[in-house]
Write a protein that binds this ligand. Structure first.
Ligand code: NAD
Length: 275
């Protein structure tokens, strides 16, 4: 998906910090942002993935890779200091690093809940704590938090994941109101299913990964398509970006006719029950 003139105009010449850049949606976002003319500081704990991304970069010098675990506040802080040695400002912070955990809540070990919430929620909070004050000092900036449609509709067999994404949605809504007074914008993005590295078997409790994917109610988007829609929505200035159409449909359904969501939840439960 080629970026539109509007998307290019939004990101050209900007400095972007992007977490979770080594795989899936983040990897495609990095490539697209560079195509738009942005300088990308790519953060991820997957060093190999970052190195590949740098090699593939369509523009030499437009990407700076920083291996870091976003849950490690101190090291993340050191990375931010290094970013300011290279770039004089941060225009965009994309809090995108995330993991999932699927299975009946009953079967999810406590440590795995903590692991997920630490990455998805506290990783985002760490980025905001470290970079938002710099944006306020500059009087400008835009924080873009990757949530998920699942964080807005609920999703049987994804309690930990939906908890983290619902928190990100509300965090974005509240922070957005405050941030406006400092010249900073906050958006959240709710993709539907994307065919990425997030669905690994060690994050799916009680059913075979391939079977779970076969039984999904909708087709997954490619990361490239997701990144294109993601950036187009941010460039249009949307506070909440939701895609594709099926995700928007579920968003409305869960709000106005929640009982119509029951067949979806039952379908997920059946998939896991059958094992
Ligand atoms: P992915 O697994 O392909 O990419 C996630 C990246 O985050 C990986 O490169 C991983 O190494 C990195 N990461 C994980 N933990 C980290 C940590 N502690 N520190 C630094 N980096 C870390 O998955 P994806 O689907 O591209 O996920 C990107 C975001 O999109 C996530 O926030 C996810 O919840 C969200 N999302 C995904 C889907 C989907 O269906 N794939 C749908 C909606 C939202």
């Amino acid at each position: 998906m080629k970026p539109s003139a509007k998307t290019i105009a939004k990101f050209k010449g900007t400095t972007v910090v992007l977490t979770g850049a080594a795989s899936g949606i983040g990897r495609s976002l990095a490539r697209l942002l560079i195509e738009c003319g942005a300088t990308v500081h790519a953060l991820d704990l997957n060093e190999e993935g970052l190195a590949d991304l740098a090699v593939e970069s369509p523009v030499a010098g437009a990407i700076h890779c920083h291996p870091v675990d976003v849950t490690d506040f101190q090291t993340y802080g050191e990375v931010v200091a290094r970013i300011f040695e290279i770039s004089d400002r941060i225009d965009f912070l994309f809090n995108n690093a995330g993991v999932t955990l699927l299975g009946e809540a009953l079967n999810l070990p406590f440590e795995r809940w903590k692991w997920l919430l630490d990455i998805n929620l506290m990783g985002t909070v760490n980025g905001i704590s470290l970079i938002y004050p710099k944006m306020i000092a500059a009087g400008r900036g835009h924080i873009v938090n990757t949530a998920s449609i699942a964080g807005s509709t609920g999703y049987a067999t994804a309690s930990a994941y939906t908890a983290s994404k619902a928190a990100i949605l509300e965090l974005s809504r509240s922070l957005g109101v405050e941030a406006k007074y400092h010249g900073v914008k906050v958006s959240s993005v709710c993709p539907g299913y994307v065919d990425s590295g997030i669905f690994s078997q060690d994050r799916i409790v009680g059913v075979d990964k391939e079977k779970m994917i076969r039984e999904l109610p909708v087709k997954m988007m490619s990361p490239e398509e997701a990144a294109g829609r993601f950036l187009a929505g941010v460039a249009r200035g949307r506070m909440t970006v939701i895609f594709p159409f099926s995700a928007k449909f579920l968003w409305y359904l869960s709000r106005w006719m929640p009982s119509m969501m029951t067949p979806f939840h039952k379908r997920f439960l059946r998939t896991f029950d059958a094992g």
